[in-house]
Design a protein around this ligand. Structure first.
Ligand code: TYM
Length: 331
């Protein structure tokens, strides 16, 4: 069966951009594909989280997937750092990437823009991410538009390895970006991102979620003036959540103006958001109250993930001329 692989960093709250851009499409893919979904805790380490915060955030991500419908018997949910084979693969991949390419990675740019140090792990970030993808033999990688570049780098690395060591050394993956979602905008109209502080949280209290929605920046057109839905962040978010009829109605209301202002649109968005997340939020809270159960699921997932990654690494070690490793009994 074809495989899908993707990850999300345990840093800050999961937001609507993560959900609509990646988690929701990934869960649809998981119905038909063998799926490996992990919490990218090694990647989160690059920004120096407090250890307890990292542990809690890791469980929050697992609880989010489960609350949104992931079936842990069918899909493999695990912590990135529980599969050491991925680091082994990253080293081998590092031998085929020009160092200059890493310099142009998103993570390096984001750290520089944010005035943070570019530590060696930040710089190495795309290599580790490629190893995440290639270790499990991913055919497709469901990601938001912002991560496409990284998946393409993984693709290039796989092709380079295959040219040198044989066509089937690594599976060449493809990014799977939902065109109709694109980049989900945040409350200030830029890409929704933890580092911009412009997120609509997914599972926060209804009050705080509503507050974030009410804070969405709009232009200053008055209630009675006609407005352009395509330039309205509230409408862009509404389109991703509401039914077709509801979307058509808001589109017409905004264009007409005459008594329909941005405040009305925000109220409608807050209602649809609450309708959509109320049930999963309850499940999320229940999952978080059972950390031992979450850890069991993650541990079981890691055992399955290691078997898949070890198969890739055993093949690759042999191809590149390394000694065969005795991994003991995995699985
Ligand atoms: P991360 O944790 O930043 O984001 C997780 C996923 O959410 C998507 N996303 C968005 N999609 C649309 N609009 C937005 N505003 C938005 N914000 C976030 C991201 O595209 C991503 O798919 N490096 C990755 C984690 C990772 C990974 C991997 C992903 C590590 N290894 C291997 C895929 C495969 C990251 O930091 O995602």
């Amino acid at each position: 069966m074809a495989r899908a692989v993707t990850g999300i960093q345990p840093s800050g709250q999961v937001h609507v951009g993560n959900w609509l851009g990646m988690i929701r499409p990934a869960l649809t893919i998981a119905q038909d594909w063998e799926s490996y979904f992990f919490v990218a805790d090694w990647h989160a380490l690059t920004s120096h989280p407090e250890p307890d915060v990292l542990r809690r955030a890791t469980r929050e991500i697992a609880a989010t997937w489960l609350a949104l419908g992931l079936d842990a018997d069918r899909s493999t949910l695990f912590r990135q750092s529980d599969v050491p084979e991925v680091q082994e693969l990253a080293w081998i991949l590092g031998t085929v990437i020009p160092a200059g390419l890493l310099e142009r990675g998103h993570a390096v740019k984001a750290a520089r823009d944010g005035g943070r140090e570019v530590n060696a792990s930040t710089w190495w970030y795309p290599t580790l991410m490629a190893a995440d993808i290639l270790a499990y033999g991913a055919d497709v990688v469901p990601v938001g538009a912002d991560q496409k570049q990284h998946v393409e780098m993984a693709r290039d690395m796989a092709i380079k390895i295959n040219v040198r060591f044989g066509d089937d050394a690594l599976v060449v993956p493809e990014p799977r970006v939902r065109a109709e979602v694109g980049v989900v905008p945040g409350t200030d109209g830029r890409k929704m991102s933890k580092s911009y502080g412009n997120v609509v949280p997914l599972f926060d209290t209804p009050k705080r979620t509503r507050k974030a929605i009410m804070g969405i920046v709009t232009d200053s057109l008055g209630v009675d003036e006609p407005k352009d839905p395509d330039r309205c962040t509230v409408f862009q978010l509404y389109k991703l959540l509401a039914t077709d009829d509801e979307v058509a109605e808001m589109d017409a209301d905004l264009r007409r103006g005459r008594g329909y202002g941005y405040g009305h649109a925000k109220e409608a968005l807050a209602l649809v958001m609450e309708r959509t997340v109320a049930m999963p939020r309850e499940c999320y809270t229940e999952w978080l109250a059972s950390p031992a159960r979450l850890d069991e699921i993650l541990d079981a997932g890691a055992r399955r993930a290691r078997v898949a990654a070890a198969a890739t690494l055993d093949r690759l070690r042999e191809r590149v001329g390394l000694h065969a490793l005795r991994r003991g009994s995995l699985g």
